[in-house]
Design a protein around this ligand. Structure first.
Ligand code: CP3
Length: 357
């Protein structure tokens, strides 16, 4: 590792990468890094329900810090869920072992009108409070990340009620009543802006928008519905902190995704990072994109895929991560191996090593 890497704090590394700058080593964290693959997380979950952990700052702080202690990741994402704002907007929310459930989904104009814009400090105060405590615990050198769903992905859950293959109910709503569906996306965007601003005010160094289901849309639908709502959120945040925009299965959408206004695009393993950089240019940083299945092993494969991923961008404007959340049955030691392989790689040397093979 170069001496510069030793001098730069984790937060400086992270923010430099977000700005598209060159870094002596890539910062690394893992989507869903706090979760059931960690025994210490399962211990807490044996005693407390999922939503109780989200809503109790002591517990949320503890599980947010678990992957920082165990894996030494370069960023701590606050423990919460993308569906928390749905509840604050007035929908009942259950998060059981079968995944999320909203027993009263929104299907009509009247139901959308009833959704509330909420004050995040009073209605979801546990989240900024958890961020303040995490920031205090890790100190100024470590970036804390806030997050929210992108409007389309939250709308999918609000309309479908639960994770549904293809989210056909949401798409059908969009086709039958495009104006009403746009009202829903706009309302979600308007709720999301203060929700993220509260997280930034509490100490988040960057925020991530999760658009897990945008790949269900074709390019025209994405540009007409999902994209304007994401742009509304990102422009509403101003330039206070970098915005990372995660999209999954979005290869057909990427030129449009790049117009979101996000500083960093987080993509899955279907995307070739080097080619994406060539087509978008150096101004937009990239995050990702190791397939979570690679972390199931073997160790040699984890190392080689990690180095290949780093070599694609040579340490310029790159945050190393997975292409989607870590899988529940991942051995924690494999997650650690991924983080360490990423942190020990010097991007330029990695490129040369790959070329000489
Ligand atoms: O990254 C982190 O460590 C922060 C925490 C986080 C969770 N969910 C915790 C969680 C984040 C960033 C999310 C985002 C989220 N939630 C997304 C977008 C990213 C993605 O994975 O696609 C989505 C679609 C959800 C909705 C959601 N929450 C689903 C579909 C599920 C059930 C699936 C599952 O993995 O169990 C959840 C529950 C959930 N959210 C868990 C965790 C750790 C598991 C709950 C448990 O402990 O039992």
């Amino acid at each position: 590792m170069t001496s510069q890497a030793a001098i730069l704090t984790r937060k400086e590394l992270f923010l430099r990468a977000c700005r598209g700058e060159s870094v002596p080593r890539v910062p690394v964290w893992i989507m869903r890094q706090a979760g059931r693959y960690l025994s210490e997380y399962r211990e807490i979950r044996a005693k407390h329900a999922f939503l109780e952990v989200c809503k109790t700052p002591d517990l949320a702080v503890e599980v947010s810090l678990q992957p920082f202690r165990r894996l030494g990741v370069d960023a701590v994402i606050v423990f919460s869920d993308i569906l928390i704002p749905a509840e604050a907007m007035g929908l009942e929310l259950e998060l059981g072992d079968a995944g999320p459930n909203l027993p009263q989904p929104v299907r009509t104009k009247a139901e959308i009108e009833k959704l509330k814009l909420f004050d995040p400090e009073t209605e979801t105060g546990f989240l900024p409070e958890a961020i303040r405590r995490i920031a205090r615990a890790v100190g100024p050198d470590v970036p804390v990340l806030g997050f929210a769903a992108a409007p389309w992905t939250l709308a999918c859950y609000m309309v479908a009620g639960k994770t549904k293959e293809g989210f056909v109910t949401a798409k059908s709503f969009l086709h039958h009543e495009p104006r009403t569906f746009r009202d829903l996306l706009h309302k979600i965007a308007q709720a999301t802006i203060p929700y993220l601003k509260a997280q930034i005010a509490a100490g988040a160094s960057a925020v991530q928008l999760f658009d897990t289901w945008c790949g269900e849309l074709n390019l025209t639908e994405y540009e007409e519905f999902a994209l304007p709502a994401v742009q509304e959120v990102i422009s509403g945040l101003g330039d206070a902190v970098p915005v990372i925009y995660y999209t999954k299965a979005s290869t057909h959408l990427l030129p449009a995704v790049a117009r979101s206004g996000a500083h960093v695009l987080s993509v899955d393993w279907r995307v070739n990072l080097g080619e994406l950089r060539k087509s978008l240019g150096p101004a937009i940083a990239l995050q990702g994109n190791v397939d979570p299945a690679v972390l199931l092993g073997p160790a040699e494969k984890i190392r080689s895929v990690t180095l290949e991923t780093i070599s694609a961008l040579r340490g310029q404007g790159h945050i190393l991560n997975l292409g989607h959340g870590i899988l529940q049955h991942t051995p924690a030691e494999n997650a650690k191996l991924f983080v360490e392989a990423g942190q020990q790689a010097t991007p330029q040397a990695t490129k040369m090593a790959m070329q000489s093979r």
